[in-house]
Design a protein around this ligand. Structure first.
Ligand code: NAD
Ligand code: 0WE
Length: 256
C-alpha cells in the first residue's frame, strides 16, 4: 500500500491530456490520492470534466480563475465541505500575453508584466493561503517552473521574471508554512510539448537542442514529472522544502 493512499489533493492547471498537471494527477491517482480538480473557465470545462471523470463520476471539479480572489475562496470553501482536510496541492498554471513572448524583453509592457506575475506567481501565494488552513496534518505544495527563471532563454522574456518570482515565493512560503509541516517545492521541468508550449516559435528546435545537449541525451517524459510529483508528495521528501528540483535530463548543470 502506498503511503499516499487515502490522501486528499487538489490540482490547478489541467487544460487537456497533454497538461503537465494531468501527468502528475494521474501519478497521484495511481498512488491512491483522492483528487479535486479546477479548470480556468467554460472554455476548458468539457475537457477537464472528461479527464477528471475517468477517476470516478463523483470527482470534485470546480471552475477557478486564479486571478479572482472570490473564485479561490469558493474553491477552498467547497474543498473544506467535501474533503474536510487537504494534504496535497499542485500549482501548474502560467500565462503571459502572447506579444510579451514574441518581441524583445525590453519592450515588455506594464500590463503584460502585471498579468504574467498575477497569473503565474502571485496565484501560488493566494492558493497556498487558501490551502494551508485545510492542511491540518501537514502537506505538500508543488509548483511548476522553468529554467528561464535563472538564465536567459530567448523569448521566454517576462515569463522568466515571473518564474523567478514564483521560485522566490516558494522559499518564503516554505519558511512561513514549515512550522505547520507544510512543504513547498518547485519542479523545474525541461521542455514538454503541451498547449502552453505549442505555438511557441522554435519549440521543436528547443526539444532537439535539449536532446543534443542534456547529459541524458533526451527530453523529459510526462510520466517522469508524475513520478517526481509523487516523490515530493511522499514522506520520502519529508525533509525537503523550499527547493527547486530540476527534472530536465540534467540540462541545467551544463555550462556549455
Ligand atoms: P498547459 O497549457 O497544459 O497548462 C497551463 C495551465 O494554466 C492551463 O490549464 C490553463 O488553463 C492554466 N491557466 C492559465 N491562466 C489561468 C488562470 N487565470 N486561472 C486558472 N488557470 C489558468 O501547459 P503546461 O505546459 O502543462 O503548463 C503547466 C505549468 O508547467 C506552467 O506553470 C508552465 O510554466 C510549467 N512548465 C511548462 C513547461 C513546458 O515546456 N511545457 C516546462 C516547464 C514548466
Ligand atoms: O512556461 C512555459 C510557457 C508558459 C506560457 C505559454 C504561453 C503560450 C500562449 C505562458 N503564456 C503563454 N501565453 C500565450 O498566449 N514554458 C516553460 C514553455 C515555454 O514557453 C516558452 C519557452 C518554453 C520552454 C516561450 C519562449 C521560449 C521558450
Amino acid at each position: 500500500m502506498s503511503q499516499l493512499a487515502g490522501k486528499l489533493g487538489i490540482v490547478f492547471g489541467v487544460a487537456n491530456k497533454r497538461s503537465i498537471a494531468w501527468a502528475i494527477a494521474q501519478a497521484w491517482h495511481k498512488a491512491g490520492v483522492k483528487l479535486a480538480f479546477t479548470y480556468q473557465g467554460e472554455r476548458l470545462k468539457e475537457n477537464v470534466e472528461e479527464l477528471a471523470g475517468t477517476f470516478g463520476p463523483d470527482t470534485l471539479l470546480m471552475p477557478c480563475d486564479v486571478t479572482k480572489d472570490e473564485d479561490i475562496a469558493r474553491v477552498f470553501a467547497e474543498v473544506g465541505q467535501k474533503f474536510g482536510e487537504l494534504h496535497l496541492m499542485l500549482h501548474s498554471v502560467a500565462f503571459a500575453p502572447k506579444e510579451a513572448l514574441e518581441g524583445e524583453f525590453v519592450n515588455t509592457s506594464r500590463e503584460a508584466f502585471r498579468v504574467a506575475h498575477d497569473v503565474s506567481a502571485y496565484s501560488l501565494i493566494a492558493l497556498a493561503r487558501g490551502a494551508a488552513p485545510l492542511m491540518t496534518d501537514g502537506g505538500s505544495i508543488i509548483a511548476m517552473t522553468y529554467y528561464g527563471s535563472e538564465k536567459v532563454v530567448p523569448h521566454y522574456n517576462v515569463m522568466g521574471v515571473a518564474k523567478a518570482a514564483l521560485e522566490a515565493s516558494t522559499r518564503y512560503l516554505a519558511y512561513d508554512l514549515g512550522p505547520k509541516k507544510i512543504r513547498v517545492n518547485c519542479i523545474s521541468a525541461g521542455p514538454v510539448n503541451t498547449l502552453a508550449a505549442r505555438g511557441i516559435a522554435g519549440f521543436t528546435d528547443m526539444l532537439k537542442h535539449y536532446e543534443a545537449h542534456a547529459p541524458l541525451k533526451r527530453n523529459v517524459l510526462p510520466d517522469e514529472l508524475g513520478a517526481t510529483g509523487t516523490f515530493l508528495a511522499s514522506d520520502g521528501a519529508a525533509a525537503i522544502t523550499g527547493q527547486v528540483l530540476y527534472v530536465d535530463c540534467g540540462y541545467q548543470i551544463m555550462g556549455m
